[in-house]
Design a protein. Structure first.
Length: 552
């Protein structure tokens, strides 16, 4: 644990886990404050999990979630009130510790002068100098740094775009903004949940994944100032740009399902949408001998729309191969109206639904879960605008949370009315700000939100950014390509590939891989080819089968 002591009464730290509570108790901490909203990160435990563990070790816990870069006077005052009332010493945590330190610095609870506050921060290894204007009085500031291209987000889309830019213009000055320490190959988590991949194989240190020539700004974005060509970072740092690329990914809204945060990772409740929970999926699949296994899918959009049923097919296949499927009742509760969005692939999937005896329930959205009682509650819309609830028991449930764009995107001038980055679906240029581009899951393009889509989008954005800078000619276009390798059984995949409008667009000839039928070669592609293609191809700027198309 990276604990930073600010005063005798308060220390701050990055995200803690329930397994850290015994050590924190032994260090003498008597209370903790969580300043990180649930669902910020793919590997983030919920506050309910931490609070449950804290209670067992006699430590008070309080939840004061604050959006990154959005600390206000009310938040600071509440933090100060906690510090005065709680037993000491107190540990406050967030993603990096900076948000908690900011709350402390602005709360005036310490009674320290500005100089003393900044000195305490420096001693703890936290640069609080950017908060001086907030601690004392707001005043205009100037940008700390400037780059030719600034990329917000170091997921698949962000790193691929940076690498594609450098492959075309090696001397380009690029900054990538992302607070995460680890980069994840999220398409691999389905395989982790089926016991095919080790979880460690899907994770690498961010410093290793990023191109060496980029400037990594390890911070969270607080706001955009497109009129000033500036991005405001956590701690009030300002980064200016000539061209901006926005690709921060999605926010998983675990809290949208009542009772879910407190039961994730136990009571038979799991999800392959979180790094630390995918192994629990495989544990549950192996342990289940009989009963009810539920798999859920929330309303669209979500990343990798096939992932909810991939987990279902692989689990069912394991139970079938081990002779247990006849004792397990498998149900799929899909908030949508169809098994898959591209009709051409549904017949092949339905054959597996029938083979495994899966009961399909369309229009049912998971809204609450009671892990201790092993009960799940679903809501279904009825004609006329009414709705009804339906409750059922489970022995295992694989949950996919509702998903939305990050908070700092939704409240920004870059967002459309629904909260997504508003870009042209062909060029991926922002519809209002000509020197801003968007790609990946947080945009409003009507394509499937998959890594395969980002692989095709990144070269398009790279070319168009350079064209905007005057070093390339013409406009590259994105056709909506997306791919979803539907793992219908261990060793076979239905390889769905399609463009905007659901037009089928196979990469390989039908005699090699017929995407409308389960294929062993498609499985080998998923298991053996795509991971190295991701790490050593896409993230390195090698655009194999992804060269951008040019507009006529």
């Amino acid at each position: 644990m990276d604990i930073r002591k600010l005063t005798d009464a308060l220390s701050v730290s990055p995200q803690i886990r329930s397994t850290d509570l015994p050590a924190l108790r032994d260090m003498g901490f008597r209370a903790i404050i969580c300043n990180r909203p649930d669902g910020e990160g793919a590997d983030q435990p919920t506050f309910a999990e931490i609070a449950n563990a804290a209670r067992q070790h006699g430590i008070e816990s309080h939840y004061l979630p604050v959006e990154s870069g959005k600390v206000n006077d009310l938040d600071a005052a509440q933090f100060g009130a906690f510090l005065k009332a709680l037993p000491r010493p107190v540990l406050a945590y967030c993603r990096s510790g900076m948000r908690s330190a900011t709350l402390w610095a602005r709360s005036s609870a310490s009674g320290m002068s500005l100089v003393e506050i900044l000195a305490a921060g420096k001693h703890a290894g936290l640069d609080l100098s950017g908060l001086a204007r907030d601690i004392v009085a707001p005043r205009a500031g100037s940008a700390e740094e400037q780059h030719d291209v600034v990329i917000v987000g170091a997921g698949a889309a962000g790193i691929a775009t940076a690498s594609s830019l450098l492959a075309r213009a090696p001397d380009l000055d690029i900054a990538v903004i992302d607070p995460a320490d680890v980069h994840y190959y999220q398409p691999g988590w389905t395989m982790v949940g089926a016991g095919v991949f080790r979880p460690q194989a899907t994770a690498r240190l961010m410093a290793e994944a990023l191109p060496r020539k980029v400037h990594w700004l390890k911070a969270a974005v607080a706001a955009f100032a497109p009129a000033d060509n500036a991005v405001i970072l956590e701690g009030c740092r300002v980064v200016k740009y000539r061209q901006l690329v926005v690709c921060p990914g999605l926010k998983l809204d675990w809290n949208a399902i009542e009772g879910l945060p407190g039961t994730l990772g136990r009571n038979g409740v799991t999800s392959n949408y979180r790094y630390d929970l995918a192994p629990y999926t495989w544990q549950l699949v192996q342990q289940l001998r009989g009963g009810r296994a539920l798999f859920t899918q929330p309303p669209m959009p979500i990343k990798c729309a096939g992932a909810p049923q991939k987990a279902m097919y692989l689990s069912s296949n394991h139970w079938q191969r081990t002779g247990r499927l006849g004792h397990i009742h498998v149900e799929f509760f899909n908030a949508g109206a169809a098994l898959f969005g591209v009709a051409d692939y549904v017949p092949a999937l339905m054959r597996y639904v029938e083979r495994y005896g899966i009961n399909l329930n369309f229009g049912f959205n998971l809204t609450a879960i009671d892990g201790e009682a092993k009960r799940a509650t679903f809501t279904r819309a009825l004609a006329g605008g009414d709705s009804e609830t339906f409750e059922t028991a489970f022995d295992m449930i694989h949950v996919v949370p509702p998903q939305k764009s990050p908070d700092f995107i939704r409240v920004s001038p870059l967002a459309d009315a629904a909260g997504w980055v508003d870009v042209d679906q062909s060029t991926l240029r922002h519809k209002v700000y000509e020197n801003i581009f968007g790609l990946g899951d947080a945009t409003n393009t009507p394509n499937a939100k998959t890594a395969a889509a980002a692989r095709k989008q990144a070269p398009v954005v790279a070319h168009n950014v350079l064209a905007a800078l005057g070093t390339a000619m013409g406009a590259a276009t994105y056709d909506g390509y997306g791919s979803c390798p539907l793992t219908v059984e261990r060793g076979k995949i239905v390889l769905a590939e399609f463009l905007y409008g659901g037009k089928v667009a196979p990469t390989f000839p039908a005699w090699l891989i017929n995407g409308k039928k389960p294929s062993r070669l498609a499985w080998l592609l998923k298991e053996r080819i795509l991971p190295p293609l991701y790490w050593s191809g896409m993230l390195k700027g090698r655009e194999w089968l992804a060269r951008p198309q040019m507009a006529d």
